[in-house]
Design a protein. Structure first.
Length: 345
């Protein structure tokens, strides 16, 4: 598999040039609630473009400009015309690593198959290559399309550890011919990690991703993990999240030391069309000096989540954005974004 230290994946809090959004349109699953979700995207775009470059993928750039031009700092916005099935940039976006030998950035383009063939994703799977060919990135390109991997399924701590979930990476519709050891080899080769932390427990009702780690537990600076904690013994998630908490207590970093844990509240149940939605405060986006975090119109929980994330990110401004619209399609704020390190956009 090559030298496992050729590539290094920077942590999300490494200095960034900007963030990708793939914009909702009438041919996505958002069509039935396009105005509502567009409002949420405008709010996210506004907060990003205040601080960093914002790169928007859309089949209809003129329409998007007319929607955002009076609301968003357009000096920081680049639009790229490209077809898409859906809008989950975290999972179809390129994952940027550093090639230690050349010191160049490399956009790693893994295969995206709609979270294990649940949804049509052929157009989304081509977005990263199209952007690369369109000279959006100051980076080399690595084609890893024969291996299925979504950005939301992995977390790295900037110190040689990667955290993921067994349910997702071992699901039979992603890379069925790979053993756990072979998947570890790909992760080590692709991201320059040597310590893989597998989380076997934890899920959210209504989640299409087979338990993406970015809805459950997140690496933060200073050897810290923020994670979803359920205190209600009558909640269907209680025992699974309790077991996950124990796994995080037992987890060790590359030096063999435990992580500092910061508990995030469990959002109160939100039901839409008879189905509980996967509302998670762990699905926050780390930017330069700022964390954008989802809120769910639950004043008590939203406030507790902001306080917890502020504890995990003491030097950062924490900004809440109402993401009730996003969870109606089973994702949240981190799921719709992908960051690119400084120098890439």
């Amino acid at each position: 598999m090559g030298n496992s230290n050729t590539y290094i994946l920077p942590a999300e809090w490494a200095e960034q040039s900007g963030i990708q959004l793939t914009w909702p349109h009438k041919d996505t699953d958002w069509n039935y609630m396009l105005d509502e979700v567009t409002e949420c995207y405008i709010n996210v775009a506004r907060e990003i473009a205040k601080r960093e470059k914002l790169f928007i993928v859309t089949p209809h750039p003129d329409d998007v400009v007319s929607i955002i031009k009076d609301k968003v700092n357009m000096d920081n916005v680049t639009l790229f015309e490209c077809n898409s099935n859906d809008t989950w940039a975290r999972d179809h976006g390129g994952i940027t690593v550093i090639d230690k030998e050349s010191n160049n950035f490399v956009i790693t383009d893994f295969g995206f198959n709609g979270w294990g063939q649940k949804f049509e994703a052929g157009l989304d799977n081509e977005i990263t290559l199209n952007c690369y060919k369109g000279n959006i990135f100051k980076a080399d390109y690595r084609n890893m399309n024969d291996f299925i991997l979504e950005g939301g399924s992995i977390e790295v701590d900037s110190n040689g550890s990667l955290m993921t979930t067994t349910r997702c990476l071992m699901s039979k519709f992603r890379n069925p011919s790979y053993s756990k050891e072979e998947i570890e080899e790909v992760l080590k080769d692709s991201f320059g990690v040597s310590n893989i932390i597998w989380i076997d427990n934890g899920y959210l009702a209504g989640d299409d991703t087979d338990s993406h780690i970015d809805t459950l537990a997140r690496f933060c600076p200073n050897n810290t993990i923020a994670y979803v904690k359920c205190n209600d013994v009558n909640d269907e998630h209680y025992s699974e999240l309790k077991a996950m908490e124990q796994e995080l207590i037992d987890a060790r970093n590359i030096e063999g030391n435990p992580y500092n844990l910061v508990a995030l509240p469990m959002a109160d149940s939100i039901v839409f069309d008879g189905e509980r939605l996967p509302a998670s405060y762990a699905n926050f986006l780390i930017m330069n000096n700022t964390v954008l975090m989802p809120t769910y119109n639950q004043p008590n929980n939203d406030k507790m989540a902001i306080e917890a994330i502020s504890k995990a990110f003491p030097e950062y401004e924490v900004v809440g954005i109402d993401c009730v619209a996003l969870i109606k399609q089973h994702g949240s704020l981190h799921c719709i974004t992908m960051q690119y390190p400084k120098g890439v956009l």
